[in-house]
Ligand binder design. Structure first.
Ligand code: GLN
Length: 380
């Protein structure tokens, strides 16, 4: 394996899902729903295939999908974007992240991350040869340490990568934090890459796109996807919204990473994004109920549960159970209890910082969540 990828192992999500199968454990690890996406979207995909939309899509997206994304973004953030010049469809948000980083970051460029961070950020920055600086968000509220950020961002900084609602903690960046990041970026001429794939799973606050803060659109790449909102994580439809001067760079990378993504699924995605507002309300209501089952259950089991404002994840402190770190705790949980969680230490540059925390997902049917809680109550 190339040196730039040497330190990365099989992703923690793949490792944990494999162990779940091997031990017959309930998988509250990798974030994929154990229920299916809505019929109207699946039907749209079938129709698109039958209608013959099966050859390469236009590289930067099937026009109806570019238009549907621009329309959705206008409703959500109030920003009017040009679907042809400012929207690019990718293979999931993971490709949007890769295309953005590979298309806009030079070797040696300094990029700031907030730890814990989604694993692909570090790996992709490492492929680009970026110099990573990480700022740690700490429990209980995982607030951005503004003074630290202020001292880390300089004229040398090329980009800040943010994620709100935040995987794994469920933290949502507040208006104040976003404005602070915006001011620093403008002052120091820094780009902002923002991963907003959980924007429709915002429970405790309104989701705010940093691109909507005055002066920010021109320096921001906003990334999102279909998977979480429509419970179709296997479709791998994502996108990046950015002003044309940034879109040019990320499209150049996209052209040689995947060239284009699945044509019929893009047609179906355009139908999905025109869902009535009631779809999104119902999604939030359903997830709120699931979240309550898991959060209440984890508290009864004896974890220290940190508040999750958005996403379908919740982070807990496992130390009441006496294990030295997150990996040994998760091993015990899988083998002796029959439940899978994600150890968080892989989401930090310094793994020590994550050793007390593990992440559970509640994107599972209620029976599964209750069964997992019962197992933990009995055997932990
Ligand atoms: N985003 C998903 C999670 O955090 C995992 C995606 C993946 O497996 N790469 O669980």
């Amino acid at each position: 394996v190339a040196k730039r990828l040497e330190k990365f192992k099989t992703t923690i999500f793949t490792q944990m899902s494999n162990l779940a199968i091997k031990h017959g454990a309930i998988n509250l690890g990798q974030g994929f729903p154990n229920f299916d996406g809505p019929d109207f979207v699946k039907d749209a995909a079938i129709q698109a295939i039958i209608a013959g939309n099966n050859q390469y899509a236009r590289g930067y997206g099937v026009p109806v999908l570019n238009a549907a994304i621009a329309e959705r973004f206008r409703k959500d953030s109030g920003i009017e974007v040009d679907p042809e010049k400012e929207v690019t469809i990718t293979s999931g948000c993971t490709e949007a992240i890769a295309a953005t980083i590979l298309g806009l970051i030079n070797p040696g460029d300094e990029v700031i991350l907030f730890a814990p961070f989604y694993d692909s950020y570090e790996a992709t920055l490492s492929m680009a040869g970026a110099k990573i600086k990480s700022i740690t968000l700490c429990p209980p509220d995982f607030a951005v340490p503004l003074d630290v950020l202020n001292s880390v961002v300089t004229k040398e900084t090329r980009a800040i990568l943010i994620n709100t609602p935040h995987n794994p903690t469920g933290k949502m960046l507040t208006k104040n934090e976003l404005e602070f990041i915006a001011n620093l970026s403008i002052e120091n001429d820094v780009l902002v890459f923002t991963d907003e794939v959980y924007d429709k799973l915002a429970f405790a606050a309104e989701h705010i796109s940093i691109a909507s803060i005055p002066g920010m659109f021109e320096r921001t790449v906003t990334m999102n996807s279909l998977g979480k909102t429509f419970s179709l994580t296997g479709w791998k439809i994502g996108w990046a919204i950015a002003p044309s001067h940034l879109t040019w760079g990320l499209r150049q990378a996209h052209a040689f990473l995947t060239f284009a993504t699945s044509t019929p699924m893009q047609w179906a995605a355009s139908v999905a994004l025109r869902a009535p507002e009631s779809y999104y309300e119902e999604l939030r209501r359903d997830y709120n109920a699931k979240k309550a089952i898991l959060v209440d259950g984890l508290k009864e089991v004896g974890f220290i549960v940190y508040p999750s404002s958005g996403t379908y994840f919740v982070v807990v402190d496992h130390t009441p159970f006496g294990f030295p770190d997150d990996i040994s705790f998760c091993e015990h949980l899988i083998k002796e209890v029959g439940v899978v969680a994600i150890p968080t230490s892989v989401f930090y540059l310094n793994p020590e910082e994550g050793k007390n925390l593990v992440r559970f997902t509640f994107c599972k049917d209620e029976g599964t969540l209750k069964a997992a809680v019962e197992r933990m109550k009995e055997k932990l």
